[in-house]
Design a protein around this ligand. Structure first.
Ligand SMILES: Cc1cc2nc3c(=O)[nH]c(=O)nc-3n(C[C@H](O)[C@H](O)[C@H](O)COP(=O)(O)OP(=O)(O)OC[C@H]3O[C@@H](n4cnc5c(N)ncnc54)[C@H](O)[C@@H]3O)c2cc1C
Length: 254
């Protein structure tokens, strides 16, 4: 499809920086470091998972602590099981999808731990997976400590009340060799922020107009780089708008 429209694609290439004059500095193993200058730029760098540091969990940073998308990559793409017994933190769609993949591959999912009183998944089939694959969910629970020095051996889980205060006498120790974090996604907007793209301080979202233009003229954005998570239908629609607007910008500024 790209070749049909004469779009050159640089694979395995990382953009290191963007400049306000629309020059991008990028690197790959076949061109080395190079620059490319556009008449407009579409920023679509997606989002990334929050790591362990975002949660106040005690314990060693031992092997066996990973994120849900990493697990999916290992299991589905590389055919490797990162562990045998899993505890999953978070109950969004990605967490449940990960639990299902693990069960299908023969692993034991000891539980999904969710600190609020409801499951966060928005897709109906995610809730079905919980039933169909007998995946236990502990709502109103938090992981407070991880045990194991070389490798995770288990975690301490505590029940919390509606104000997220720990409830005395509810601690339980769950054995597992892998703790999977699926705690949130945040937008990969640093390259834009560095050159002054406006980010809403309250929501952390990239500020865009109806035409998906950012606060910097000629820079457009689409997808999860804006808000950290969205379903593919919305991302595709935003992409169409951003593409159309960027093309109009180039035409009008020639
Ligand atoms: C595990 C998982 C399962 C999902 N399942 C579904 C589903 O079933 N249905 C659904 O509708 N949605 C699903 N989603 C959401 C869907 O994947 C996203 O909405 C969509 O992929 C977002 O598209 P995007 O282009 O904004 O970001 P991405 O698809 O993340 O693409 C961003 C791209 O930018 C690249 N990039 C980032 N920084 C740089 C840089 N500096 N230089 C060069 N390249 C860079 C990244 O490598 C990546 O390839 C799922 C998401 C996850 C994480």
């Amino acid at each position: 499809m790209m070749s049909q429209y004469s779009v050159e694609v640089k694979r395995d290439t990382t953009v290191l920086s963007m400049n306000k004059d629309k020059t991008l500095v990028a690197v790959n193993s076949y061109d080395g470091v190079f620059q490319v200058k556009g008449k407009s730029v579409i920023f679509a760098a997606g989002c990334r998972e929050k790591p362990m540091g975002y949660k106040n969990i005690l314990g060693h940073r031992s092997a066996g602590i990973t994120t849900a998308v990493s697990v999916l990559k290992y299991v589905n793409r590389k055919g490797v099981m990162p562990g045998r017994e899993y505890l999953i933190l978070g109950s969004g769609d990605t967490a449940i999808l990960t639990a299902r993949s693990l069960v299908l591959e023969g692993a034991k999912v000891k539980g999904i731990i969710e600190s609020s009183s409801k499951i966060h998944a928005v897709r109906e089939e995610s809730k079905e997976y919980l039933k169909d694959f007998n995946i236990p969910v502990l709502l109103n629970h938090r992981v407070v400590d991880v045990y194991g020095e070389e490798r995770v051996e288990g975690a301490k889980v505590v029940q919390v009340d509606n104000h997220r205060n720990f409830m005395e006498g509810t601690e339980q120790y769950i054995t597992c060799d892998t703790l999977v974090l699926s705690i949130n996604l945040y937008p990969e907007n640093l390259l834009g922020a560095k050159i002054g793209m406006e980010i809403n301080e309250e929501t952390g979202e990239l500020v865009v107009s109806e035409g998906m233009e950012t606060s910097l003229e000629g820079f457009f954005a689409c997808g999860t780089v804006i808000n950290g998570y969205d379903v593919i239908e919305n991302v595709l629609n935003q992409g169409k708008v951003a593409g159309t607007s960027a093309a109009a910008y180039v035409r009008n500024n020639n």
